[in-house]
Design a protein around this ligand. Structure first.
Ligand code: 1CP
Length: 367
């Protein structure tokens, strides 16, 4: 936990679920809840570059709090406004956010020798110094939130970040990143280890700065076969949880392995220190719950799952959203449940439809 003095917390619902407690209803928040679907966010972005917002604590705090303001009493958590790509930046890579296109690396990693250009092995390198602007944003946001809801810090998984560093941006197939794994397995493990080292320092720094929970985004988990996932992603994410829980045993840590096979999700629950697993919409929670509840009881760890409404469901009419949210709440029966979407909000979502989803969670998740 952070040693800084912060205002007392008024809504600890999500933290109680993460401790394995039964609660009056499921807490709810949404990945990418700060973003372009909100007119107030577009207004800030019209005047400021994406990474300028990330690097200016007042602006990052403002956009983090925007959804909390709009959906007051409906959201149970906030997530600091930043991006997973701040780690590659902190390792010395240039990353631009191209409007309408997304992230772009002008000088991606093409061959193992390009790893020599990364900054993390240079004398005097400090990930904490490179990323101190995120720590400042967290501390300011936590103060300005005034205890309304707890605040998430986050990072990308080593595998997902490596994929961006090699692809140079978004990709449909990850052909370059995966070819690198097959051609250069040793260099791949070295790169994954180096990203993991920076991520661990960064996540610890976020907790010290005021983050009350952490989430690891493994957005490209589903691009690897189960066997390759167990070689190139899982061990690094497992080590991150081991080290964070050792340093901060009170701080819950969640993992979102998007598209991961059922056996991987179960392994995270049974064999790692992750407090909760976030599911995308392709997973039926009841299958996981039926399969591992007893095993979880035997090891004395509560089964806590997050998710998982298909984000495109928010394009449906409000009565359909209501019904599908009810079905979703029921599908998490017999596990600890944090309601969320199965992936992030999209720029063309209607804020009123998100409201319908949040209200439906409040209505249907009462135990
Ligand atoms: O101009 C803009 O405003 C760009 C849109 C945007 C936003 C709002 C990007 C570009 N990043 C973000 C913020 C962001 N990104 C948050 C902030 C807080 C919140 O959730 O409210 C978080 C947690 C992320 C994490 C992130 N960035 C992920 C992991 C989650 C996921 O969606 O899978 C990934 C993969 C990224 C990379 C990224 N950043 C932005 C875009 C468009 C992308 C995806 C590009 C692609 O691969 O297609």
């Amino acid at each position: 936990m952070s040693k800084i003095d912060f205002p007392p917390l008024k809504n600890d619902l999500i933290l109680r679920v993460l401790k394995g407690e039964k609660t009056e209803r499921a807490p709810v928040w949404c990945m990418r809840q700060a973003g372009r679907y909100l007119p107030e966010f577009r207004k800030v972005r019209a005047e400021q570059d994406f990474f300028k917002v990330c690097r200016t604590p007042e602006l990052a705090a403002e956009v983090t709090i925007q959804p909390i303001r709009r959906y007051s009493n409906l959201l149970d958590a906030s997530i600091i406004f930043s991006d997973i790509l701040v780690i590659p930046q902190a390792m010395g890579m240039e990353v631009l956010m191209i409007p309408g296109k997304g992230p772009h690396f002008p000088d991606p990693i093409v061959s193992p020798s390009d790893m020599d250009k990364l900054a993390d092995k240079s004398p005097g390198y400090s990930a904490d110094t490179e990323l101190s602007y995120v720590y400042d944003a967290l501390t300011l946001t936590r103060r300005l939130l005034d205890g309304q809801v707890p605040l998430f810090g986050f990072a990308g998984s080593p595998w997902t970040l490596m994929a961006y560093m090699i692809e140079g941006g978004g990709s449909k197939t990850l052909a370059k990143a995966k070819s690198f794994l097959w051609k250069h397995p040793e260099a791949s493990h070295e790169l994954l280890t180096r990203i993991t080292d920076v991520a661990i320092t960064y996540l610890k720094g976020q907790v010290s700065a005021g983050a009350q929970m952490l989430q690891l985004f493994d957005s490209w988990a589903g691009e690897l076969s189960p066997a390759d996932y167990l070689e190139f992603s899982y061990p690094y994410l497992k080590r991150i949880a081991d080290e964070l829980v050792t340093a901060f045993p009170e701080t819950p840590i969640l993992v979102f392995p998007k598209g991961a096979h059922q056996q991987i999700i179960e392994k995270y629950a049974l064999e790692t220190k992750y407090t909760a697993i976030s599911l995308d919409w392709t997973i039926d929670p009841q299958i996981i719950i039926n399969n591992i509840s007893d095993k979880m009881k035997a090891i004395g760890k509560p089964l806590i799952l997050q998710g998982n409404l298909d984000p495109t469901m928010l394009f449906a009419d409000k009565d359909v959203i209501d019904k599908r949210t009810r079905d979703m709440c029921i599908s998490f029966k017999n596990a600890g449940h944090i309601a969320n979407l199965g992936h992030g909000m999209m720029p063309d979502h209607d804020p009123e439809h998100l409201k319908a989803y949040l209200e439906a969670v409040h209505k249907y998740s009462k135990i």
